[in-house]
Write a protein that binds this ligand. Structure first.
Ligand code: UGA
Length: 456
């Protein structure tokens, strides 16, 4: 039986770039019953999508893809000529990798806009979902003057987190659009009401549990520049909270306090909030590191010294080394020659993504220091190309832990937090557990296995 969720006449969408954001967006709208052309130029990724497989791990994405493909609403293609002309909305989700100086590389952003705009029908809306520095929209708009058909440009930043992307899309705190054409910005907001209307069915399809309290979705339209700045400011502020917690963690280590106790109470102040105050090996992933450095460079272009964000970046970069130094002190000597297991290569739990993963930095640094390193992750082994070749890639938790003298927990996978790790560490005579995520209970560790966390 086809899983059509919404059968009335609907707008047609083309999504350009099927990475984490693009594929999630395309699959969600298609599962709502909207016709979505998902444009992907990487042949391997396209083949995977066409056969109903996501190239990354994300809870619910496979079910959405299957629903869209079965319905015939999701059309994966590499062909702009097929996808763009019928689209009422063209949503750009192309990558914005960082340049060597930390600034955002916008060649895909401009390239996609130029390629699509000449094929777009009159009155269609070009929606920018890629995270771009403030001012990019105005620059893209000016390159689009002179194309045959008049089209509108709308910024529509996304706030999805990897590992809870579909939950975040079904129950967002806010949906933001910005542009000079207010009607077009409103039309883009209205697109998201399809997701809100269908969310119970989508949640059932994806086997997702609704949050305990359902947020009142705020649909917000701002100026183009504000919408762009909202996105990077949100990520920068979250990164700032993490680096703040990590600075306090360093002090807690010196002063004999426990940063997890401190932040639990500090975050209990509703003006501050509990989220993103977990100290540890620092933030990674495809967003925070890039967005923080991008904000610093973009501010420089506007003559503004973003000194607070430079400090955020410096604290973050210090954290993997800080964790290793703590382990060295606890071990009582250099780690050269030690047998070490590094558990967690994904940049956070719930994803297979290893971009800028602190776990990989820690594993590689330990190996460069002369340690014998085994690494393991329940989802990210296939994406861990950046691991040094001398590091042994373990097939299981047990294989990684056996023979290890020291275990570093670098991703807070639930798998590492249950009794398995505790039992394995005891069974195999591990001497030291370094909890780089503060995700284990220190009181659980005794009888011969020493525990250290970050700031506790
Ligand atoms: C982040 C934002 O949270 C999303 O709102 C945004 O849409 C997304 O970037 C984006 O720009 O596309 P994401 O990178 O998927 O999402 O991951 P987060 O859950 O924010 O975690 C980022 C990093 O911070 C991870 O390495 C995580 O382990 C670390 N972290 C997070 C901490 O070290 N401490 C914390 O308290 C929270």
């Amino acid at each position: 039986m086809k899983q059509t969720l919404n059968s009335s006449q609907q707008p047609t969408i083309a999504v350009i770039g099927c990475g984490y954001v693009g594929l999630t967006t395309a699959a969600l709208f298609a599962a709502c019953g909207l016709k979505v052309y998902a444009v992907e130029i990487n042949p391997e990724r396209l083949k995977a999508i066409q056969s109903g497989r996501s190239f990354f791990y994300e809870a619910g994405i496979q079910q959405l893809l299957k629903a869209g493909l079965d319905n015939g609403t999701l059309v994966p293609t590499s062909d702009y000529e097929l996808a763009i002309p019928p689209a009422d909305f063209v949503i750009s989700c192309v990558g914005t990798p960082d340049n060597d100086d930390g600034s955002a590389n916008l060649s895909y952003v401009f390239g996609a806009a130029e390629q699509a705009a000449r094929l777009m029908k009159s009155g269609a809306v070009y929606v920018q979902k890629s995270t771009v520095p403030v001012g990019t929209g105005a620059a893209v708009q000016s390159t689009l003057t002179g194309i045959p058909n008049p089209i509108s440009y709308v910024s529509n930043p996304e706030f999805l987190r990897e590992s809870s992307a579909i939950n975040d899309a079904l129950w967002p705190d806010r949906v933001v659009t910005g542009g000079t054409d207010i009607a077009a910005a409103d039309a883009v907001l209205n697109l998201y009401r399809h997701i809100e209307r269908n969310r119970d069915k989508l949640a059932t399809l994806c086997e997702l549990v609704p949050p305990k309290t359902t947020p009142d979705i705020r649909y917000v339209t701002t100026s183009l520049a504000s919408a762009e700045l909202i996105k990077v400011s949100s990520n920068a502020f979250l990164a700032l909270k993490i680096s703040f917690a990590n600075s306090i963690a360093k002090l807690a280590d010196q002063a004999g306090a426990d940063v997890t106790e401190v932040m639990a109470v500090v975050g209990g102040d509703s003006r501050i909030g509990k989220e993103f105050l977990n100290a540890g090996r620092g933030y990674g992933g495809g967003c925070f590191p890039k967005d923080v450095s991008g904000l610093i460079r973009s501010a420089e272009d506007h003559g503004v010294d973003m000194e607070i964000m430079r400090a955020v970046e410096a604290v973050n970069e210090s954290m993997p080394h800080y964790a290793i130094n703590k382990a060295m002190l606890a071990h009582g000597s250099s780690l050269a020659g030690s047998r070490i297991a590094v558990l967690g290569l994904a940049f956070k739990a719930g994803t297979s993504d290893t971009r800028r993963s602190p776990g990989i930095t820690i594993a590689n640094t330990l190996q460069s220091m002369g340690a014998t390193v085994k690494a393991y992750d329940p989802q990210a082994m296939d994406e861990s190309d950046e691991l040094h070749s001398h590091i042994v890639r373990s097939a299981s938790l047990e294989e990684a832990v056996q023979e290890a003298e020291i275990v570093f927990v670098t991703t807070d996978w639930p798998h590492f937090q249950n009794r398995d790790l505790y039992q394995l560490a005891h069974a195999h005579g591990v001497g030291l557990v370094v909890d780089c995520m503060n995700c284990l209970n220190p009181d659980d560790w005794n009888n011969g296995v020493r525990y250290i966390g970050i700031g506790r």
